[in-house]
Design a protein around this ligand. Sequence first.
Ligand SMILES: [Zn+2]
Length: 440
Amino acid sequence: MINVAVCNPLLRTPLSLIVDDSCPVINLTYYWIHQRHAWKTQHQPGVPPDRWEGNASQLKKIPPTIPADFAAEWAEWCWENGVKGKFSLIPYPAGIGRVDEGFPAEVGGKSLTLEYQAWMRVYRELIWPSFDLTPEMLTHTAVVDLDTFTLTEEWEQVEWVDPPVDDRLTDYIITAMEMLNNVGIPCEGVTSPGAFGKRQEAAYAKAVLTASQHVNNDPRPFYFLWLKHDELPDVPIWYAEKENGIAIASIVACAGDWFGGWTGYDLGDADRFITADLQGGRLPPILEKELPCVLVGHWPGFYFNGEKLGFDVLKTVKSRLNNYDPDGTKTLWMKTSEIGHYWMARELTNISVSERDASCPPEKGDRGVVQKITLSTQFPTANFTLVIDAPVRHVQVNGWDLREVYSRRDFQSNTFLVEGKQTFIAFDLEVGDTILELVT
Ligand SMILES: [Zn+2]
């Protein structure tokens, strides 16, 4: 009997770019530092802000808004260069304006409405095709009192690192998701502002899953909480219900924040991701092990107060990753939701192998042994890729012939590739039973 195992999609290591702190119009850093320092003055008078709370002397350089033109330039570059991932859409950024109320706010006496409309066009038409859009809770600054929709003295990423684990947490996430829904953007998951939820991860994961099912009827969302530099990345799956197709993925990033920092004044360095000789930096050893490489950046850092220096770092990192994989056979840019769905399918699909029934004899000319592989799943995914420990001459998926290809460069969904004593088979996995018939 042959052995079957699941590989990376199309034998390529997933790459993904996570962008945090993005929202229409607002430069989150500007308000975050202002509000944090005001909070500090009020609640801890005489105690200077910590480094993580931002540098007040930089504030005069930081503009309160980031233009839609820059978002369009950035998103078009990502589209042209095949960069995919996740991009936040904070629904009530710093409590300044609600995205689902047309952003009535004024900044410096100027109406933001036209800029807001331009931003939403960029979100829908240029960013969404390549990036999952998620809320990053409600304000990314103060916790909102949902009864009055006013800001409280608690912070989403300070006090709510250890959030209440009752309905308040679920209601909070439901509210964030509904605000995106109100502008026609059902989200694929959520992003934690800072370490929101970290001390109650089990309850947080459950709350995101419940909210996603409730708001979007989506039983397979993800959340982004962890950036880990000290261990190899994984894609933990929580609350899997195999028969019901329900689960939530934790997307764990392995590299960042080395573009322009969350502040937009702490410039990073492409070398920390991958050096020009492609040997050094955080990414090469992870790519070598073929584990998902999720990079993290912050929107104000790409903009870098109009100098766009963090964007330049991204361009350098991307060109080095192109050099690492010149023919596109080693890596695959994916949205974070696609990574979540792939790992769910990988872990939660039943696979069984049998020789074909004697009642269905091999067709004329097929003299080899016919093997049947049955996959049963409630977790669909694109580019599902199997390896068989035998050279195969002929492959059918649910009665359809797959095309044989002869190089990894040509290996795509609905093809198979024989390399020595192994065969790789790729197809889009659908809900239910999938029958593969192989002639060896
Ligand atoms: Zn953030």
